[in-house]
Design a protein around this ligand. Structure first.
Ligand SMILES: C[S@@+](CC[C@H](N)C(=O)[O-])C[C@H]1O[C@@H](n2cnc3c(N)ncnc32)[C@H](O)[C@@H]1O
Length: 361
């Protein structure tokens, strides 16, 4: 997880195209349902266009919102590496696209008295944009989704917004399963699944017999991950379990061919200094890795060998080079030869980010 948030810019797919082919209707519910009180929000672009506004009212809102974004300049960037006006203007366009029934409508070519259909009330658009600028509410929570790989994942407060660098874990798994039938058709675990990003990404590249169990300690994450799994119609391939790390997996100990995790790894006293979008709004449970950020990584490392079949693969995301080296050293010296081919893998930006390897000598 990077410490800052940007959005959609890294997506290879224009938002509208991605949505058109990838989003499935919500169907069966074979996953144990989260408590009814935790009903996940529907992302803005999937809400029914039951509201309307005149073009003139919409343009008035757009002008107001643009002026508010312009007043930020590079203030947030200087403060905590937050978004500048250019990024906020881009987000404003994305918000408008998500809110319009017909996002391709060229507003400037339509008469100002024409009425358009919207997925939110005009007043809500004012509230949402004020939250974005004045409260630094992450854009992804404002619109209720994040574009990640070829997916559009529902997110909301209480669930980490998946980061682009985590996508590489799916690519690593993809490369392995292409060559290895046992890995392709076996059982995988995504520990601390959040929005379900890794579990869904991996389930989509496994063969027809492979499956994933995803766990999280956060009931909100379990509810949102379940919602995303259903949207992609993967409820027969992914099981979501509430609980701490390996605890919900006791009955399948030693049966996994692969185990991935992007655990909390930020040192506790670094959290306050992060971008306000992250520090104020993203769940502490998803960020805080204890005094040096290693608490959960070391716990995962301890449990991994007994969960994996011999030859099973693991990939853990870390904060960077220092944590990678610490983990590799620990695995080699303290884990009684439980792992082999332990390696450090860099992310797209060239930062040492992941520790990977296999169980057994
Ligand atoms: C950094 S987030 C990663 C979320 C998701 N995998 C992703 O990459 O977007 C870490 C996740 O671990 C979960 N978590 C924290 N402590 C946990 C625990 N003891 N057991 C299981 N999950 C935990 C958090 O709720 C959060 O969803």
């Amino acid at each position: 997880m990077r410490l800052g948030l940007a959005r959609r810019s890294l997506s290879m797919f224009p938002p509208i195209l991605t949505r058109a082919y990838s989003v499935q209707p919500i169907s069966r519910t074979s996953i144990s349902p989260p408590p009814a009180s935790l009903k996940p929000q529907t992302p803005l672009f999937l809400r029914p266009p039951t509201h309307s506004a005149t073009i003139s009212d919409l343009l008035k809102w757009q002008k107001w919102a643009k002026t508010l974004a312009s007043s930020v300049g590079s203030h947030f960037t200087h403060l905590d590496d937050g978004p500048d006006t250019t990024l906020l203007h881009r987000e404003l366009n994305w918000l408008l696209q998500d809110a319009l029934e017909n996002p391709k409508l060229p507003l400037s070519h339509v008469g100002t008295n024409e009425v358009v259909k919207l997925r939110a009330e005009m007043e809500d658009l004012y509230v949402l944009w004020k939250q974005r600028i004045e409260e630094r509410r992450p854009f992804q929570y404002v619109v209720g989704c994040e574009h990640w790989r070829d997916l559009v994942l529902s997110v909301e407060e209480g669930v980490l917004i998946p980061r682009p660098e985590t996508e590489l874990i799916v690519d690593l798994v993809g490369g392995l399963v292409k060559e290895n039938e046992e890995l392709r058709e076996g059982l995988w675990a995504d520990l601390g699944t959040g929005s379900g990003a890794l579990a869904i990404g991996i389930a989509r590249i496994l063969g027809p017999f492979g499956s994933v169990i995803a766990t999280d300690l956060s009931p909100v994450a379990v509810a949102v991950a379940s919602y995303n799994v259903q949207r992609y119609n993967l409820q027969d391939k992914i099981e979501i379990k509430l609980g701490s790390w390996f605890e919900p997996l006791k009955n399948v100990k030693g049966q996994f061919v692969g185990l991935v995790s992007n655990p909390p790894y930020i040192p506790s006293n670094h959290i306050r200094g992060l971008q306000a979008e992250v520090a104020k709004h993203e769940p502490r449970l998803a960020l805080d890795g204890g005094s040096n950020g290693m608490d959960d990584l070391l716990h995962l490392c301890h449990g991994a060998s007994s969960m994996l079949k011999r030859g099973g693969f693991f990939a853990f995301e870390t904060n960077g080079e220092k944590q990678c080296k610490f983990l590799v050293d620990y695995m080699q010296k303290e884990c009684d030869g439980s792992f082999c081919d332990v390696d450090i893998v860099s992310d797209f930006a060239g930062n040492k980010r992941f520790v990977t390897g296999f169980s057994g000598p």
